[in-house]
Every structure is written in C-alpha cells, then in structure tokens.
Design a protein around this ligand. Structure first.
Ligand code: NAD
Length: 385
C-alpha cells in the first residue's frame, strides 16, 4: 500500500498536485486551480496535533528534539520549560511556541489546555520529580533515557502514571528508527535462525569540560555512569533484538581507576547476560574509548552486524550467512527517528494506550543495570534476575 508520501509523489518524484496543475496549464495556456486529490492521507493540521511542552532546553533538546518536532506530523510544540527565561523566550520566538514556564511555576501546566504531552529532557536525577509533577498535572509524559536514578524512582513514576490514567514512555528512540526496527523484524521472523549470541557496545571518550558532561559525571544528577548514559543503548538494543528476558547478569568495571573524571560514577562496565533459551549476550559501555555504537546478532544460520547501531543518523547493518562479506540491510528512512518517536507517543496519548517503549521498559533496564552494578561491586559474581 502506498503511504502518504508516495501518494503525494508522482512518477519521477514530481508532486501529483503540481504535475496535474502543470498539465492543465499546458492545455489551456492559463494557470488553473485543481481539486485536492482524493485518498491522500495528509498530516494533521497544526491545531489538531497534540500539544507538547519540552522541559529542559539543553544540548539534546535544542539539537535533536526541537528539530524533530519540526518534522512531526501529529505533534506540535506549545510550551517550553526552562530555568532561563531569556533562553526560553528566544527559542519560543524562534519556533513560534506560544508559552514558556519556569521550573517554579511548572505545575501551572495543569491548567494549560494546549499541553497534552510533556517531554522531559533534564539531567537524569531530575527525571522522576518532573515526570511525576507532569503526570499529576494530568499530562502524558515521554521521559528521556535512562528513566531515573533508582529502581524506586522508576517504580514511583510507573505508579504515578497508573494513578493519573496517563501514558508514560521512555525515549528509546531506536525503536522508531527504521533500520533498527527492520533488524528486529528479521530477528523475530527467524531470518537468522534461533538466536545464539548478541554483542553490544556503546561508548565515547568523555570530555569533562563539555557542559552536558558535568552533570553526567556527578552521581546525584547522573544516577550512574557510562552504563546509565550510553551503555543503556547497547543493553536496550540487545533486548530489543533478543525479544526475551535474561535470567542472569554479571559485570566488571573497566576503566583506569586513577582517572580523575570518575570520582562518583563508573567510567566503563563490561557486562554479560544469559537467557533461559540458551541465548547469551555480552557488551560494554565506556566513557574512555573513542565514540561508537554497535550490535551484532548471531543466529544459528545468519548474523546481522549493526555498526553504527544507535547513532542519530546513518546507522548501518549487514547480513552475513557464514563467511561471506555480507549484504546491506536496507530500510526506508521516512522521517527522522526523533519525529517518529514523538508522533508515536502522540498516538499512544491520543488513544491512551501504551507507548512502544513504556515506563515498564525503562524500569526493566534500570533494574538490570543495578544488578550489573551489584555484580561488579562483588568482582563479577553471577546475579540472578
Ligand atoms: P544538557 O546538560 O545539555 O541539558 C540539560 C538541561 O537541563 C539544560 O538546559 C540545563 O539548564 C537543565 N537543567 C535544569 N536543572 C539542572 C541542573 N540542576 N543541573 C544541570 N542542568 C540542569 O544535557 P543533554 O545532553 O541535553 O541531556 C538531557 C537529557 O537528554 C538527559 O536525560 C540525557 O540522558 C538525554 N539525552 C538523550 C539522548 C538520546 O539520544 N536519546 C542524547 C543526549 C541526551
């Protein structure tokens, strides 16, 4: 079936509306109006899209989240929330966003009918507080990863969503990225045979002077170290492809112990998981190695290597059937994962049905990482989960 974009585009990529008008103009010699083609699934008009408040206007919000909204088809930004009124006003003017709030008057969003959903893009240590305040204000909440600092905070967030009868999602964007969803589909449909082994790595070399890195190296605001911030992509991606839960985890810390960057959070963690099916997985997270993200899924008959697996753009995957050099896995990029993610959450909010990556998934991952920390604290013992 053709989607909206394909319907709007005629042969050779010419928009149908434009090419029909051009044809009429040619025959009559005059420009002439044409009716809207029937059967075209147009994006929601701006007023019908769900309204979103973006909370925290830092690096990720400015560079990825806000541009993502500009491509969205079911979501629009209606408020910015920041501790810096000048920045909030500047950005609101730039993007035509009508309202701004501070952290102190944040609870006033309860009376704001133009806000349906709230996107929490704050340091991790603040996720639970602002998520719960937004849920209590009657809004649906998409919270950035990792969900929160502790298992108890995550549980309180899930409970608050239930009590408010609102949706809570964790922003695991690759679940809305076409290449990742295509690899997941192939794993699930058995194209690789029974899954036997998955490796997942994600890390970068942390610059302590880079402002967004400062809170990431401070446990009260970060919750944890490299595993919380970046390793969670490899863990969550591994479980996305595995589509099953592990029964044991183990881990060891892996970073220079005298590195002054890592006084309160770990600089690296190497982990393992086993699954009742016989599948096993292992991976790493690091604030000490050059940037990269990759996942390789080995099945009994084929393997898929994703490298990079969870970048913002241009993720790649190759399918290998044995020793061959591999063939690329292709997936159409309809629009960015950032736009697809907010539109996916708007759909969940509109129907009040669970988002593809619900709060329970964020809670699951924090439980597993905490079990990895328990293992690493005891030198790598196997912990049942
Ligand atoms: P950042 O430091 O650039 O932005 C954080 C924002 O929170 C800033 O605007 C800052 O002013 C505000 N803030 C409010 N109270 C603060 C406090 N007490 N200390 C520090 N900042 C405070 O960080 P970021 O990289 O934009 O990360 C924000 C969130 O987005 C985090 O949860 C992070 O994990 C997540 N993130 C997700 C992705 C992804 O790919 N999904 C990528 C980057 C960041």
């Amino acid at each position: 079936m053709m989607d909206r974009r394909q319907l709007l585009m005629g042969a050779g990529g010419l928009p149908l509306v434009a090419s029909a008008a051009a044809a009429t103009a040619q025959t009559t010699g005059k420009a002439a109006g044409q009716p809207l083609p029937s059967g075209v699934d147009l994006p929601e008009p701006p007023k019908k899209r769900l309204g979103w408040a973006v909370v925290g206007l830092g690096s990720y919000a400015i560079n990825q989240v806000i541009p993502g909204f500009l491509q969205a088809e079911e979501s629009r930004m209606t408020a910015f929330v920041s501790g810096n009124p000048t920045k909030a006003k500047d950005l609101a003017d730039r993007y035509g966003v009508a309202k701004t709030y501070g952290y102190d008057d944040f609870d006033k969003i309860a009376a704001d009918k133009d806000i349906d959903c709230v996107y929490i893009v704050l340091p991790v240590g603040l996720h639970a507080e602002y998520t719960i305040r937004a849920l209590k204000a009657g809004k649906h909440v998409l919270c950035e990863k990792p969900m929160a600092s502790t298992v108890e905070e995550c549980e309180a967030m899930v409970a608050a969503a239930k009590a408010a009868n609102r949706q809570l999602g964790v922003a695991y964007r690759v679940h809305f990225e076409p290449l990742n969803t295509e690899v997941k589909r192939r794993c699930k449909q058995g194209e690789l045979g029974d899954l036997r082994y998955i490796t997942g790595d994600a890390g970068f070399n942390a610059d302590p002077q880079y402002p967004p890195m400062k809170w990431r190296l401070d446990k009260p605001l970060a919750g944890g170290g490299s595993m919380y911030d970046i390793g969670i992509y490899a863990l969550n991606g591994t479980l996305m492809m595995a589509d099953q839960m592990p029964d044991t985890v183990s881990a060891v810390y892996a970073y220079p112990k005298d590195d002054p960057r890592f006084k309160t959070v770990e600089g690296g963690l190497n982990w393992r998981m086993t699954f009742p099916s016989g599948l096993s997985a292992q991976g790493s997270s690091s604030y000490c190695y050059a940037g990269g993200s990759r996942i390789k899924v080995f099945g009994a008959s084929a393997a898929i290597n994703m490298d990079p697996a969870s970048d913002y753009y241009d993720n790649r995957a190759n399918l290998h059937r044995g020793w061959d050099p591999g063939t690329p896995v292709r997936a159409a990029p309809p629009y960015t994962q950032f736009a697809a993610q907010v539109d996916g959450f708007s759909q969940a909010a509109r129907s009040n049905t669970p988002h593809r990556t619900p709060g329970e998934m964020g809670l699951r991952d924090i439980r597993l990482i905490q079990a990895m920390y328990r293992s690493a604290d005891q030198g790598g013992v196997v912990v049942k989960v």
